[in-house]
Design a protein around this ligand. Structure first.
Ligand code: BJ8
Length: 426
């Protein structure tokens, strides 16, 4: 089928058409090489292949359609932004482009070179005119997680209105009070932006939509415990990545269908790996589309990734919002508590995270952990020490990796990962 020409829409959104074309070509080729070359993929992945092929096309068209109906689109960069409040008023929450090196030259005009790749990427996407999601957004919501992000949002605000939520750095009662206040203030911001009131009824619905999506992802995660693995780590990562920008109702249905298929595979013992394939947990910084570098190296070196201890993975799907609340106040409490459980390395102390990693190692019968930090990401790079120590004390093999979005270190990383996998097997 002839692909629709979205260039008029991209032009209207103010994208840099020439460079955007180049980006789509690079992405299309990378997807073909990394994803379509995998063998024995579940049929349900065809939906995800379609979504990714239309990520800058049909999905953006859908966003523009919903905007025409008076609904708002809100762009985010962090799993701390409570999407329940956005869904409550018929809004759409989308994760913004932050996983590719393109636009870095533009980003480095306003940011120091030694800024983490994720931050440089979102700034580059905006400044180079390459992210249709930010262009389609009515508001960007940032957060005071790491220093790099919070200072970058001040600059981003010069180009796109950026509302910043204050995230506490600790988890005492006082911090919970601060965070609850932030959620209420954000609720008011959403109400002001949309001209719609958040009520107990619509918030209940928003909570349900977000929870249903998480439940589907939890189902997928649980199915990855099977030996042999019914799905590759690359495919499972893609599902978690697409969760940030697809329509939540359609996505939830598609992932539940995929899980039905995986359940059948598990029952029949059908897998994408052979017996004895090392099972790897990847832990650390989030991997936004199209950051597939590390799992791709791992899975083309004879191992399988069985879980991601990351915001694009377990950290954002593990906890649900308690649905028992009846009043608005009770629901805000439930949202506050759910988000306070996120164990991002921006918190201190962050003892929950090593404990969660140990649980994952046990539950998923993990043979080794690869700790991944985006280069210049201080929170995760520093916290890697504690993670490594905890794992070593239990005799669990661990490899620490620090890298950016570039491809220059692929050979070196492959050598290190292959040596690690040999050790894990031995
Ligand atoms: S809750 S992990 S999504 S902040 S990689 S920009 S931390 S220097 S992305 Fe994150 Fe929210 Fe935490 Fe999750 Fe800074 Fe590190 Fe860069 Fe990072």
């Amino acid at each position: 089928m002839e692909k629709k020409d979205y260039r008029p829409m991209w032009k209207e959104l103010g994208l840099n058409l020439e460079v955007h074309d180049q980006l789509l070509t690079v992405l299309g080729n990378a997807y073909k090489d990394i994803y379509m070359s995998q063998e024995n993929r579940p049929k349900g992945m065809q939906y995800l292949d379609f979504v990714i092929s239309e990520a800058h096309g049909l999905r953006i068209e859908e966003l523009m359609e919903t905007k025409k109906k008076g609904n708002k689109v809100i762009g985010t960069f962090c799993v701390y932004v409570p999407e329940e409040l956005i869904l409550a008023v018929g809004g759409t929450c989308v994760g913004l482009c932050a996983g590719a090196e393109i636009g870095i030259d533009e980003a480095e005009k306003v940011l120091p070179r030694n800024t983490c790749a994720l931050i440089k990427s979102f700034m580059g996407f905006k400044l180079a005119g390459l992210c249709p999601y930010i262009q389609a957004s009515d508001l960007v919501v940032g957060e005071t997680t790491c220093d790099g992000k919070k200072k970058a949002y001040e600059i981003l605000n010069d180009y796109k209105e950026t509302y910043v939520m204050e995230i506490p750095q600790m988890k005492t009662e006082r911090d919970r009070t601060l965070w609850r206040g932030e959620i209420i203030q954000f609720k008011e911001k959403v109400e002001q932006l949309t001209g719609r009131k958040i009520t107990a009824e619509n918030l209940k619905e928003g909570i349900k939509i977000a929870n249903d999506k998480r439940r589907a992802l939890q189902r997928l995660s649980a199915l990855r415990k099977a030996i042999p693995s019914a799905i590759s780590g690359l495919d499972a990562l893609l599902v978690n990545q697409i969760a940030f920008y697809d329509d939540p109702l359609r996505f939830t249905k598609a992932i539940n269908d995929l899980c039905d298929e995986l359940e059948e595979r598990v029952q029949k013992g059908i897998g994408v790996t052979k017996n004895g394939t090392p099972r790897i947990l990847v832990s650390g910084s989030p991997m936004a589309v199209p950051n597939w570098k590390i799992p791709w190296i791992i899975e083309t070196s004879g191992a399988v990734v069985v879980a991601e201890e990351s915001c694009v993975g377990e950290r954002s799907t593990r906890d649900l919002v308690d649905e028992k609340g009846k009043t608005l106040d009770e629901m805000i409490d439930a949202i506050t508590d759910r988000y306070m459980k996120i164990d991002c390395a921006c918190f201190t102390p962050n003892e929950e995270r090593p404990a969660h990693i140990l649980d994952l190692v046990e539950d998923f019968k993990v043979n080794g952990v690869i700790h991944y930090s985006i280069q210049f990401c201080t929170p995760y790079t520093v916290e890697a020490y504690k993670v490594e120590k905890t794992l070593q004390q239990k005799g669990i093999p661990v490899l620490k990796i620090e890298t950016d979005y570039g491809m220059e270190d692929i050979g070196q990383l492959k050598t290190r990962i292959e040596a690690f996998l040999e050790m894990v097997k031995g």
